[in-house]
Design a protein around this ligand. Structure first.
Ligand SMILES: [Ca+2]
Ligand SMILES: [Ca+2]
Length: 316
């Protein structure tokens, strides 16, 4: 029995030894794989990363690549979109949401920049319309804007531009009350074409090009086009002065616009002048001044409020 045990023990020891040797013998084998990867690792990275070593970290968020903006990209509510809006090479995640409530719709916009900076805004309270875009209104600065246009009660639209500041520490917001986006032009042209509400010669909308800079919305157009297809000419009740337009398109002779005539606005800089057609088609320039004091408010022509010169319709 003892001999058998000894023999068994010896055998066991032998097997262990053999297996140890075998294990030792195999040691080099596992080393081979480690050798292979090191070759593989040194080969692959030296090819790619050495060319763009700094691209490695940006590669991480780029797993879901950023989308290119040709002209503008409309954001689909509820779907995350990835654009590099601040031009740092990192994907920025933008989420626009629309949630129908009992009487209106609640909209939100969230931005998470690749560097971790976050922004969120809720649009709620009698909103019935909302649309959001990513575009580049100001091609010189390597940043894009997120534009949100919200329609709320009494058919007012407001456009909000969200823009990452120059050192990428904050998303700044700019508002253009009474405006809505009509179209967005190719990036290197005009920027965006916006409807703008005005009360000049009555409540109506004009169309003009805007860009968004570090200071906010900035008009590109020198003149705004009245959306006049359905615009009723304003009936003149008290005479006032205007100027004809000469063959060079400049301000010509002074004329008196008489009661009974009509005035249909065509173009304006929205600051000092408006071009309008009289009932016979003659186009005149009318100078005006916008006044907003404790006692006087509105558009004044020759020192008289437009309401005292014409029958002017206003909306709410
Ligand atoms: Ca970015
Ligand atoms: Ca830009």
């Amino acid at each position: 029995m003892n001999k058998k045990i000894k023999a068994a023990a010896f055998l066991a020891a032998l097997i262990m030894l053999v297996s140890v040797f075998a294990a030792c013998g195999k040691k080099p084998a596992p080393a081979e794989p480690t050798a292979e990867p090191t070759e593989a690792v040194t080969e692959a990275p030296t090819a790619a990363p050495t060319e763009e070593p700094t691209e490695e970290p940006t590669e991480v968020p780029t797993e879901e690549p950023t989308e290119e903006i040709d002209r503008f990209a409309e954001l689909t509510p509820g779907e995350e979109a990835r654009f590099d809006i601040d031009g740092d090479g990192l994907a920025d995640v933008i989420l626009f949401t629309a949630e129908e409530q009992e009487y209106d719709t609640a909209y939100t916009i969230s931005i998470r920049l690749g560097n971790g900076v976050e922004y969120h805004r809720d649009f709620s309270g009698a909103c019935y319309y909302g649309v959001a875009f990513v575009t580049d209104c100001d091609p010189g600065d390597e940043r894009c804007e997120v534009l949100v246009c919200i329609g709320s009660e009494s058919s007012d639209y407001d456009t909000v531009a969200l823009r990452v500041n120059a050192d990428r520490t904050k998303v700044e917001e700019f508002e253009k009350g009474g405006s809505s986006i009509y179209d967005i032009e190719p990036l290197d042209e005009h920027g965006m074409l916006m409807f703008l509400r005005t009360d000049l010669l009555g409540t109506t909308e004009v169309l003009g090009y805007y860009t968004v800079t570090d200071e906010g919305f900035k008009p590109v157009s020198e003149e705004f086009n009245f959306v006049s297809d359905w615009l009723e000419p304003r009936k003149v009740t008290v005479e006032f002065k205007a100027h004809l337009i000469d063959e060079n398109g400049e301000r010509g002779d002074e004329v008196t616009v008489l009661p009974g005539d009509t005035v249909k606005p065509l173009f304006s800089d929205l600051e000092t002048w408006v071009k309008a057609a009289l009932s016979d088609g003659t186009v005149v320039v009318i100078d005006f001044e916008y006044v907003n004091t404790d006692t006087e408010y509105g558009y004044y022509i020759g020192g008289v409020n437009q309401d005292d010169l014409m029958e002017i319709p206003y909306a709410d």
